[in-house]
Design a protein around this ligand. Sequence first.
Ligand code: CP3
Length: 343
Amino acid sequence: MAETKLMRALRGEVHEVPPAWMMRQAGRYLPEYKATREKAGDFLSLCYTPELAAEVTLQPIRRFGFDAAILFADILLVPQALGMDLWFVTGEGPRLEPVDDHRKVALLKPAEDIHETLSPVYETVRILSRELPRDVPLIGFAGAPWTVATYMIAGRGTPDQGPAHAFKNADTAAFEMLMARVTDATIAYLSAQVEAGAQVVKIFDSWAGSLQGEDFVRYALEPAKKITAALKHRHPGLPVIAFPRGAGEKYADFHAATGADCVAIDQDTDAAWAAAHVQNGGCVQGNLNPAHMVTGGQALVDEVRRIREAFRGGPHVFNLGHGITPDADPDNVALMLETLREG
Ligand code: CP3
C-alpha cells in the first residue's frame, strides 16, 4: 500500500505543508451531514447503519480534500456493547445506565462479546476501505478507558468528572475492575477496526486533564501504554495517535511513556512549548482553537500560520485542539486549508 502523507508524518517525516484533518470533521456544521442524519432518524442509527456512516465519513473528504478520514462512530458505543443502555437526548448529550457499584461492574459483558453489537462499525470500515481515495487513509478510534469510564459511572457527561473520581476513591477495586474491562474491550474493538481496514488508530482521552499525580500515571498513561503495546503486537507498524486532552505539563514525554507515535495537543497548550517538550518525542497533532472555525477572518489566518511555524521543525499533523462545533462556518474550514497549503 502506498504511504500517504499522514502515515509518513506519523512515522516522523517533516513536511513543508503538514497533512491536515479535523476532529469531528463529519458533523452538524455541514448541511449534508444534517441531511444524512435526518435520513438515519437519529444519531445512534447513523452510527449503526454502515452505508450512511460511510457516507458521512466521506462528506468532508469530498468537500474539503482533507489528508485523512476518521471513521464515523462514537466512543460510547463500547459501553453499549458491554451491555449498558445508551441514548442521546437532543440538545443535552449522551445518557447511559450508570455503573456505580461493584455489582453493576460485575454484570458487564466480557470484552470478547462486544463484536456482536459493534459488527456494523466494522462493516463501515470495510466500505470505507473500498471507497476512500487511495491517498486518504482511514483513522479508526476509541475512547480511552478513563474517559469512557467517566460516562459509564455518571451515566452522562459531567463538567468535573466528579462521580468517577468519587467512585475511584470510594471503591478503588471495583473502579479498577471497570477500567480493566474497558481497556480489554478497547483493544478488541480497535484491533477489529484494523482488521477491517483502518490504517491508523486514535485514542481519545478527553478528560485526562482531571487526573492528577499518580492517578494520571495509573489511569491515563498506563492504559494508553497497554492499549498501544497490545495493538502494535497484533499489528506491527500500526501508528497510534494518543489524545490526553488537558494534560498540561504532563504532555511532556507522553510519547516515550506510552509508545504512541503521535500525541494530539489541545488548544490550551502553547504550540511553542509543545514543539520544545512534546514534539522532541515524535509527531504532534494540533492545535488550532475550534472557535476560529466560527469566527474566521484574519485571526484565523494568523493562527494557522503561527501554528504551522511553531511546529515546522518536526513531524506535525495539522488539526484543531478539540472537535469542530455545530455553529462553525464551512467557509472557515476552506480558509484554514487554503492558508495552510499556501506554501
Ligand atoms: O471526529 C469525528 O468526526 C468522528 C466521529 C466522532 C464522534 N464522536 C461523532 C459524534 C468521534 C471521534 C467522537 C468522539 C467522542 N464522543 C468523544 C471524544 C472526543 C471529544 O469530543 O471530547 C466524546 C467525549 C464523545 C461522547 C459524545 N458523543 C458526546 C458528549 C456527544 C454529545 C455532544 C454534542 O455535541 O451533542 C456525542 C455526540 C456526537 N458524536 C455527535 C457527533 C457528530 C453529535 C451528534 C449529533 O449528530 O447529534
